[in-house]
Design a binder for this molecule. Structure first.
Ligand code: 5AD
Length: 356
């Protein structure tokens, strides 16, 4: 699918015409990654962050937010929980937290790999090349780093660089691949200032990056951030500004599936937050094949406030799993067993030998 067609679909609003896109994404999904829905246990290990991103509630200047960093034993308990509720992967996510030392993450990765059969995904922000290499050496399997938007000027505005650094997430992705990680990236939909053309560029970039995992969610304003406070002044003209709606996010999800047939793509928490009733199922029917139940201890969950009113903040992992199992099987899908490794990677290994 070329850029023009991507743009055409982003502008399409007719429900009946959109049925074609949903059908196409669902067919591609079934043919390339099958009917399994893989569960990844999302563990939010720290909400400290050194950055000042204009969109994120964890930003350092959000002084009102109580900060936490989970201990090793809390993390291992939660990992155990993730395993018991049927996850094949644990995703350790945090703000960009310098207090999470390279050695302590290394130690955790080695423990999880030695004591469980779980795949380990890290999502810890823009860490040094040495840290990323060490964790891969220790056995971490996957790394998630969303590029957020491919519009350089918009990215610079909403994701200010740290002193002495020039943040370039897109440039980090090939390095992660080179280290042997399965690589995940993605963007937000409907950030103030994001145009339809920008979003078409984003979708095209997903294809160019040939990703193993793709995370796409609607931008949800957090009142303690500049982007929410100054939204009116930052938005593109109303006919060019992408809305942060469920339908627009579903369109991007479906397009991502068509452009990257083999990627693992979650129906995200942000989507479920926008539509708690059936946002999750709809995402699964429009291209997604992964769900990420939150296994963070409840006491910490509400503090991991990337955006307000996150879905499932108060539900125990067991209750959540039970509900997810029912909801997933009700859509005619099966729950994946095993780690749910990247089909893209498996195919590359088959065709080009062990380097993939
Ligand atoms: N709304 C939606 N998604 C957000 N993220 C951060 N802040 C927000 C927000 N206000 C997303 C970013 C980040 C991921 C962990 O959460 O895309 O990469």
């Amino acid at each position: 699918m070329d850029w023009r067609e991507i743009l055409y679909w982003l502008h399409e609003e007719n429900e009946r015409c959109l049925e074609d896109l949903w059908r196409r994404a669902d067919t591609v999904r079934r043919r390339h990654v099958g009917n399994d829905v893989h569960l990844r246990g999302l563990l939010e290990i720290s909400n400290h962050c050194v950055r000042r991103c204009w969109y994120c509630g964890l930003r350092r200047p959000h002084y009102g937010l109580k900060r936490y960093r989970m201990t090793e034993s809390e993390i291992m308990d939660a990992v155990d929980h993730a395993m018991r509720v049927g996850c094949g992967t644990v995703v350790m996510q945090a703000g960009q937290d310098d207090g999470l030392r390279e050695e302590s993450i290394s130690h955790l990765v080695r423990r999880i790999k030695a004591e469980t059969r779980l795949a380990v995904t890290l999502s810890l922000g823009e860490r040094s090349e040495a840290d990323l290499a060490a964790w891969r050496q220790d056995g971490a399997d996957r790394y998630l780093l969303r590029f957020e938007t491919s519009n350089r000027a918009l990215y610079k505005r909403i994701h200010p660089s740290l002193p002495g650094e020039s943040s370039d997430r897109v440039a980090m992705l090939p390095y992660l691949r080179q280290l042997g990680y399965e690589v995940g990236s993605g963007m937000m939909v409907g950030v103030p200032g994001q145009t339809y053309e920008d979003l078409a560029d984003d979708v095209e970039l997903l294809g160019l990056l040939d990703l193993d995992m793709i995370g796409i969610g609607p931008y949800l304003p957090h009142p303690a951030t500049p982007l929410a406070q100054r939204c009116a002044g930052l938005s593109a003209p109303s006919d060019r500004q992408v809305p942060n709606t469920e339908i627009m996010t579903d369109k991007v999800l479906a397009l991502a599936r068509v452009v990257c047939p083999l990627a693992n793509i979650p129906s995200t928490t942000a989507l479920a937050t926008l539509n708690p009733f059936d946002g999750l199922e709809v995402g699964l029917m429009r291209g997604a094949n992964v769900v990420m139940p939150n296994v963070t201890p409840i006491a910490y969950r509400s503090l991991y406030e990337i955006y307000p009113s996150k879905a499932c903040v108060n539900e125990t992992a067991d209750a959540l799993y039970e509900r997810l199992r029912k909801r997933i099987t009700a859509t005619g899908r099966t729950i994946g067993t095993g780690r749910g490794d990247s089909p893209r990677r498996l195919l590359a290994l088959q065709t080009s030998g062990p380097k993939g």
